[in-house]
Write a protein that binds this ligand. Structure first.
Ligand SMILES: [Cu+2]
Length: 107
């Protein structure tokens, strides 16, 4: 009797952990939010090694106030023709909490 109870309990726990492990992961993978924003700013620094650019950017509509911050760029080559002081226009991709500049050009 006790054995059957324990078995049922274990079965229940197994089912619970199965559903708990799977449904949130599934929900997460289906709900990866990818957003893109357009921005403008001034180049403050370029770090080729870290593949980063520091921009003094204007307000990014529906996303950020104006500020100076570092951004990762999708490819190192995107930094090649830029220098400190350039005014730029950029496309920012937000995915799973990470910002990446996917396009940047001098204005
Ligand atoms: Cu910012």
């Amino acid at each position: 009797m006790l054995k059957k109870f324990l078995f049922n309990l274990l079965l229940l726990l197994a089912l619970m952990s199965f559903s708990c492990q799977n449904s949130p992961d599934l929900a997460k993978s289906q709900a990866v939010v990818v957003l893109t924003f357009q921005g403008k700013g001034i180049v403050k620094a370029i770090n080729q090694d870290k593949q980063e650019i520091t921009l003094d950017h204007e307000e990014i509509k529906d996303y950020m106030e104006a500020m100076i911050m570092d951004f990762s760029v999708a490819e190192k080559s995107m930094l090649e023709n830029l220098k400190v002081g350039d005014r730029v226009e950029f496309t920012l991709k937000y995915e799973a909490g990470i910002n990446t500049i996917t396009k940047i050009q001098k204005l």
